[in-house]
Design a protein around this ligand. Sequence first.
Ligand code: ADP
Ligand code: MG
Length: 615
Amino acid sequence: MSDIIHLLTDSVANQIAAGEVIQRPASVVKELVENAIDAGATKIQVNIKDAGRTLIQVTDNGKGMSPTDARMAFERHATSKIHEAADLFAIKTMGFRGEALASIASVADVEMKTKSENEEIGTSIHISGSELLNQEAVATATGTTFMVKNLFFNVPARRKFLKTNTTEIRHIMNEIQRVALANPEISFSLYHNDSPIYDLPATNLKKRIVHIFGNSIGNNLVPIDVKTSIINISGFIGDPKMSRKSFGEQFFFVNGRYMKHPFFHKAIMQGYEKIMPRDLVPAYFINFSINPSSIDINIHPTKTEIKFENESAVWQLLQAAVREGLGKFNVIPSIDFDQEGSIDIPMSPKSADGISMPQVKIDPTYNPFEEGKSVSVPSRGFSSNPEKTNAQNWEKLYGESAHDFAFNTKPENEQSSFIEHDANTPVEQGRNLLLLKNKYILTPVKSGLMVIDQRRAHQRILFEQFMVTLTNEEGYCQQLLFPQTIEMNHADAALFETMIPDLNSIGFDIREFGPGTYIINGIPGFIDDSNAKNIIETAFAQYKESAGNIKDETKEKLATSLAIASSIGYGQQLTQEEAGSLIDSLFACHTPNYSPSGKLIIEIIKLEEIEKRLK
Ligand code: ADP
Ligand code: MG
């Protein structure tokens, strides 16, 4: 038998390698921009035509290449960045494999112009499908320009699999975002078909974030800065109220390199636990700087996962840093917590008539993450008998401000009647809650006027109750006098049936009554029975809608849906007592600031704001 093994030609080998490195226009952008960074550029310009199908042009003002290097750069395994295997453990550059340019040149038409600082004249090189077409001397500025045309012209299968222009441009934008955030001191621009997408001047990280994501995120950032012998962690995390349901503003960088790290992501999420609804993700921009020998960077070029030697230590440092940052910057609940401590009560309650008011100790080291807040389960219609914890939370959050107001506004002769109420319970008629449009509850607090959305507040309270009953499976069921039936189509019925066990563990009593027909025999004791069918139908619709959410936590989705379906609406008139009770139950919640679907419940109109308006 004759020999059949032979070596592949360079161009075929390069094409095969290219298949791994260069998957789409964004991969070319990434490789060229990273090379520019490695070349010490301070200004990088990217021009794209037709989402990169026609042209990807990257110009830098880096150190450029000599004529020989210019030619060498396109050889496979040609790199200036490492020399021996040991160098792999001290990588400080973005590239080091020496295969990007060879790969790109094997699947596109590439023109490069480059000149190094100490040379008068530059070099121009034209390579297409790995074939050198031309090399000549040209006049050009110090630095390098790549023009990559007709990407995948010789790999039709690849070209065919490119997505729409919108998708490909989005990938390119993502790459630019990553490198731009990792290198705020470098100026970047990205143009598509001659219109600007990014024009980012050299700046610091915070301003770079603003330039890319806008003021709404940029103005709500909490700095993180931790220095240890293992690792330095710096950057910014977002105020929980800017969190979103979908990903897009989450960035980890290690030594200037973007990485994905689901495990560290969890550390951040845990840092936000209890101050943000669980289905939201906060923004974060975190840099790790670490000795390169304690991470494994030798990963596949298109992969972004990086292994850390000391992963669990880093995890703990990160989580602590997040908590500390959030605590220090007082974003939890960022409402009215006077760190300086002095709360002046215009008239001392003791001197008023000897009855002592609740003593409020403002503790500047107050840690809002502390365990032990209990969720009170108010009875139906949130009757007013708040547990003591409610009062404590209320006090913790708002100081004595609620009382301040009562003292300040009540006429002299009414003060005693106010004080006669149980001093441990902040719910008093004297709290003077103003109900606006049967939608908002308004009450003065130390720093201004607190506005509470009644519907969202009730949703939050119900959500936490549902979660407790769902978790403990101890829902108390109240049988309906007149069972109600619901009918569903085939597709809905399949989904609904998966919900029934959980619904029943909360305290519903729902049974199948024939194909697509269900009977509601009972409902949880704490929700209004007049509308059992409506609640189930609304909750089901909500549940269905949330099926595509990023986090597939069935119990939470169910609790959210039920809370939305069974909460009081706008327009529902509350008595003073009910409103007070609602507020107390709200402050007994783990996350009083946000509704289960992530909407703001409480807003404070600051005194300064009012003063400004009345100037
Ligand atoms: P790697 O970046 O892994 O070294 P590349 O194929 O991306 O491999 O680049 C090969 C070499 O070409 C680099 O090591 C570098 O010396 C040189 N080079 C590439 N792009 C530039 C640039 N923009 N400016 C200066 N030198 C460059
Ligand atoms: Mg490279």
